[in-house]
Design a protein around this ligand. Structure first.
Ligand SMILES: [Zn+2]
Ligand SMILES: [Zn+2]
Length: 395
């Protein structure tokens, strides 16, 4: 009984930590222990660690840790690339070691030994393409091409110069502080790729996410088929129903079969759970980026739109309350108007509710098909913009 309670407490503690880490910043958790745990996990623990290092090793110790942090977070570095390669290589090695001896099996043919290597190889190729392809670096000699491809919308982008690169900043570009360069149609800086995700490599990045999701699903299904084949070949159902006299129904057999799997094939079960969790994470990440591509927006622009909408909303509310104030002053000055009852005043709409709603007017959204085509064939690489480039130069 005591062990069961320990397991329940362990499960609850894990759940609280995971929810706090992932969702602790949500407004619903404001001023709750979940928000405090989130703060501790994301900022507080590191601060305490820095203070401990300061007490133990003095200012030189703190400076050394800050230098490591600067290298890991603020400068281009291959740490996450190496971790990615270790995860893929390690997982494939364990899959090969624990499953290949059962291939070909009752439900799976021998060809999957080779197709699995091919699938992982294509994944690595997409990783290399995303990591090392030019994301669309804006330079002196190609800036006119990007300026022609991305006109200013005069809402979230207007003509400016990059203070660091000292060249005009095309609409939708951003100066990446980690790579220290301006990138066209900037989405985000990806630590896993050690590269920016921009105009020229979003296509590889999307293919990378989709392919890795499919490879994980392939892994789960293939291992599932290996285990199903083992179940069939070992005649476990026959042994359970004939020798142990367990009723031949799914509900009666399932716990025994599960116990047999966990007892005999724990590595394969763990691999399936791991691949399923990674597939879920990849599906979420791919879905988010696909929705951005479908509407021709970037991650960087979602922040810009949030800022613009909240600023515009405040402006509209200020206008609405000024208009309401003016109307009430006019009402007070005219003696003819009857006095409003207390009840009507109580239920009257707030002037803020009369504020005009803010509409997101994304001028780069040209419809689903054209938006997807823009990801596959970037605007600035099209011949029409190369011609415009030469025109701009002649002018
Ligand atoms: Zn720049
Ligand atoms: Zn970057």
């Amino acid at each position: 009984m005591a062990v069961q309670w320990v397991l329940v407490l362990h499960g609850l503690a894990t759940l609280v930590v995971v929810v706090s880490f992932l969702c602790g910043q949500w407004p619903i958790f404001r001023r709750t222990p979940i928000a405090s745990i989130h703060h501790f996990l994301t900022v507080g623990a590191y601060d305490y660690f820095l203070r401990c290092v300061g007490v133990l090793f003095g200012i030189r110790g703190t400076n050394a840790i800050l230098e490591v942090e600067r290298f890991c977070c603020d400068r281009p570095n291959p740490i996450l690339q190496i971790i990615y390669l270790a995860i893929v290589g390690g997982t494939y090695f364990i899959v090969a070691k624990s499953c290949f001896s059962y291939i070909p099996g009752y439900y799976i043919s021998g060809i999957h030994r080779y197709t699995s290597s091919l699938a992982v190889g294509i994944g690595l190729l997409l990783f290399l393409l995303t990591s090392f392809a030019d994301p669309g670096t804006v330079k002196d000699d190609n800036v006119s091409q990007f300026l022609a491809a991305y006109p200013y919308d005069d809402i979230i982008y207007s003509g400016k110069e990059c203070p660091t690169c000292k060249i005009p900043k095309p609409a939708r570009s951003k100066h990446c502080s980690i790579c220290d360069r301006c990138v066209a149609r900037f989405d985000h800086h990806c630590g896993w790729m050690n590269n920016c995700i921009g105009e020229r490599n979003t296509r590889y990045f999307m293919a990378f996410l989709l392919w890795h999701f499919l490879v994980c699903i392939y892994g789960v299904i293939a291992i599932g088929l290996v285990l199903a084949g083992q179940l069939k070949e070992s005649r476990v159902i026959y042994v359970l129903t004939v020798y142990y006299r367990i009723e031949n129904s799914f509900l009666s057999l399932a716990p025994h079969v599960l116990q047999w799997f966990v007892g005999s094939y724990d590595t394969q079960i763990l691999l399936m759970v791991f691949l399923a969790i990674v597939a879920l994470l990849l599906a979420g990440f791919f879905g988010y980026h696909a929705s951005l591509c479908f509407t021709n927006t970037t991650t960087n622009e979602t922040f810009k739109w949030q800022e613009y909408i909240s600023w515009q909303r405040k402006l509209n509310e200020a206008r609405a309350s000024t208009a309401a104030l003016r109307a009430s002053v006019n009402g007070l000055s005219s003696d003819a108007s009857p006095r409003e009852s207390k009840w009507r005043a109580f239920f009257r709409r707030s002037p803020l509710e009369d504020a005009e709603p803010v509409v997101k007017e994304n001028k780069y959204d040209k419809g689903l098909i054209k938006n997807i085509y823009e990801i596959i064939v970037p605007l600035s690489s099209r011949s029409s913009f190369s011609r415009k480039k030469s025109k701009v130069r002649r002018e």
